[in-house]
Design a protein around this ligand. Structure first.
Ligand code: N7H
Length: 479
């Protein structure tokens, strides 16, 4: 039986809505709080009881710190929200360095969420089965906005690509943590304490992560539940989570041109097989999704959704199958972490740094086949494309920011000392030579790919708090 109160948790955290192929995200500001609260009290928010396919449409909602202030949340519960959420994604130079939001990815250049843009208060997430159903849902919601005291800052559309791929042409959304006591089909090595993703439950340290609590006098209608770790308080954080949203633009042509140039034969002719292999080494999976540790030399295509593997446990401590600096090995090193790589202890350490990813691609693909040869042959490439990266965690600093800073952008990683993440690294601190370095471990000698430009650029972002369903009712009832 599930330990989670699924009827009080917003659906996107646990379900992902894979069958709801079309999605759109509205960034809103609250101009008239009273009207906005009336709207919120009638908003039909989807909970996680729905299994994928149960419903044709889903609405979820999340707030920034400024948004909660507009709703009138009192100072005490406000102060119990995470410090990173309070500071905001774009606010300090320190955070910009941590996240790699530098140069043309700096917040002052962002399209939204930066210091030069209007501050978003609320994120409205709309999901529907297909394009027409989404248009209808969007029309309905937009018609209500102005009378609801809300103003539209930006509409972020998404685009489902073939075979669940992202724009570089790789299957995405495969490696996900399961939740202890909820995801019964996930292998036990890959399930993690619920409190790592949902507030109000025990986390990987066996503790409750700090979250907003309110005294019973501030909840006279008794909307909220009692806090499990403090019976004198009502739990406003319970069944909520922090949502990290980053609009990441991908230079698809630049990515494949670079790899093509690095893998040409001695006579200068292109080598499509070597191209695919190097790109897959950078990701850690083949374009189909097959993990390299399971099939390092060829893609059997049958393992595209395989998430049941370790690195030391697959006899790949040296990275000969899946390079140590590949994107998936950096962002989830599984059993490669100190102390004692290859042990249960190592896996337990990794469990403190996981995220649930719920991103959606945006923009038209460069080539509808998603094949590198077609991408390279494409003529004039117009428009922007990328990933609306969305993830959930309960401790932004120890989870999302740790991955981004200590594993993705840090040139010192598991014995490497000059490389950053080959796909998404910021290239700011890596390498003695200009551009990034990617090391491919090999017997008898490693090879190094040098001069890698930045392929992924940040166009906007913000930290949100996604409350539980009762907490939404509470927020909409604030005076
Ligand atoms: Fe990544 N990509 O499409 O190339 N990612 N990612 N990511 N990522 C993964 O397992 C990609 C980004 C993680 O458990 C795959 O889903 C792109 C950020 C994690 O083994 C592919 C962008 C962060 C995993 C991509 C991007 C992460 C993961 C393999 C940006 C966190 C699971 C398929 C535009 C800070 C690792 C899969 C595991 C996997 C891509 C961003 C994290 C193909 C294009 C910002 C934790």
């Amino acid at each position: 039986m599930s330990i989670l109160q699924v009827d009080d948790i917003q659906g996107i955290i646990l379900r992902g809505y894979g069958r709801l192929e079309s999605a759109c995200f509205l960034l809103l500001s609250i101009a008239r709080p009273a009207a906005a609260k009336a709207w919120l009290s009638t908003l039909d928010v989807c909970n996680a009881e729905h299994k994928p396919g149960d419903t044709d449409r889903c609405i979820n909602v999340a707030f920034t710190r400024a948004g909660l202030e507009q709703l009138g949340l009192a100072e005490k519960p406000m102060s119990m929200l995470a410090p990173e959420f309070h500071a905001g994604m774009a606010a300090t130079e320190h955070r910009q360095r941590i996240l790699g939001d530098v140069g043309d990815s700096g917040p002052d250049r962002w399209q939204w969420g930066g210091p030069r843009n209007p501050e978003p208060h609320l994120l409205l997430m709309l999901y529907a089965r297909d394009h027409n159903a989404l248009s209808a849902l969007l029309d309905e919601q937009q018609a209500k906005l102005s009378s609801s005291g809300l103003e539209l800052i930006a509409q972020l559309d998404s685009n489902r690509l073939p075979d669940r791929k992202e724009h570089f042409g790789f299957r995405d959304g495969v490696g996900q943590p399961g939740i202890d006591g909820f995801d019964t089909e996930t292998s036990p090595g890959n399930t993690i304490a619920a409190g790592e993703f949902i507030l109000g439950y025990l986390n990987a340290y066996g503790q409750y992560t700090e979250r907003p609590l309110v005294s019973p006098d501030h909840d006279p209608a008794g909307i909220l539940r009692q806090a499990p770790d403090d019976p004198t308080q009502r739990d406003l954080g319970m069944n909520g989570s922090y949502l990290v949203f980053r609009q990441l633009s991908q230079d698809v042509a630049g990515f494949w041109k670079f790899i093509d140039a690095k893998t040409r034969r001695d006579d200068g002719s292109p080598n499509p097989e070597a191209r695919k292999k190097l790109a897959s080494k950078m990701v850690g999976r083949w374009p189909s999704g097959t993990p390299l540790v399971k099939s390092p030399d060829a893609d059997p295509l049958a393992l595209s959704d395989d998430d049941d593997f370790l690195y030391y446990g697959s006899d790949d401590r040296h990275g000969f199958k899946c390079p140590i600096g590949s994107h998936i090995r950096r962002t989830n090193p599984r059993d490669s972490l100190e102390p004692e790589p290859g042990s249960e202890r190592s896996i337990e350490v990794g469990k403190r740094h996981r995220i649930i990813r719920r991103g959606r691609a945006y923009g038209a693909p460069v080539a509808s086949s998603m094949e590198s040869s077609d991408i390279l042959a494409a003529g004039d490439i117009t428009g922007e494309r990328g990933l609306h990266f969305i993830c959930f965690n309960t401790h932004i600093g120890r989870q999302f920011e740790f991955i981004q800073h200590t594993w993705v952008n840090n040139p010192k990683f598991d014995g490497l000392y000059e490389d950053d993440d080959p796909l998404i690294g910021d290239r700011a601190g890596a390498g003695s030579k200009p551009g990034g370095i990617f090391t491919v471990q090999c017997d008898p000698i490693r090879t190094r790919v040098t001069g890698m430009p930045r392929f992924v650029h940040v166009r906007g972002g913000a930290y949100f708090f996604m409350p539980g369903i009762r907490a939404i009712r509470f927020l909409s009832s604030l005076r």
